[in-house]
Design a protein around this ligand. Sequence first.
Ligand code: SAM
Length: 239
Amino acid sequence: MEQADIKATVKSFYAGVAKERQTTCCKSKQNPYGEQEDIVRELNLGVSCGNPVALSSLQAGEVVLDLGSGGGLDCFLAAERVGEHGLVIGVDMTPEMISKANGNKAKLGVANVEFRLGEIERLPVDSSSVDVVISNCVLNLVPDKLAAFKEIHRVLKPEGRACISDVVLLSPLPEDVQKDPEAWAGCIAGALPKETYVELAREAGFSRIEVMSETSFGKEGMDERLKGKLQSLSYVLRK
Ligand SMILES: C[S@@+](CC[C@H](N)C(=O)[O-])C[C@H]1O[C@@H](n2cnc3c(N)ncnc32)[C@H](O)[C@@H]1O
């Protein structure tokens, strides 16, 4: 599939998720948030594959950037931790997701979070301005992952860190799945082999890559042929 077609498919799929028309496909079996706080029960769209906020040791006053922020759940969890002197920016390319996140923000009355419409490959964020990048089950959806890692590197401060949960491949997918637009939107077809993925992060300039957790990625109604081929990987990148 062409990159533009993949992006259009992904955008239209997540517009459906935002409007609650689409309720299956990317729904993972795991609950990566563990003990459920009220906010998780209320805002979880069920399209996450990890809990990057839990891994990120956020400090009061930090600037956090969430890539592919969806309905904003991780942004709100991060906002509690960085407090009133911190800031959380959520970026998402799907206008319906930005509207949903802004609706949630108004409902919660949170002041230190803002949502920006934009693409990870061209982030609407200043260079060297972010302490912590987080992202939850999104980079697999980006066709040009090297561009994504380069943008993460550009916006992070020199001592900054990126805490990312994503889906990677343990063994090759059947060819028809690789070409299936729905499998792209469902966080499957865009997953790269773990070694390739880590190599792209290095190529973008990250010298330290620490794996925090690896769990098998299973989804509701998952095709038998895919079982055991996908993994949720949570890791921290430093320059
Ligand atoms: C699987 S959902 C995850 C949402 C959220 N992180 C969560 O855990 O609930 C993926 C989100 O990433 C967004 N997205 C996908 N590709 C993107 C890109 N290239 N640039 C910006 N946002 C993107 C989609 O619009 C969607 O909201």
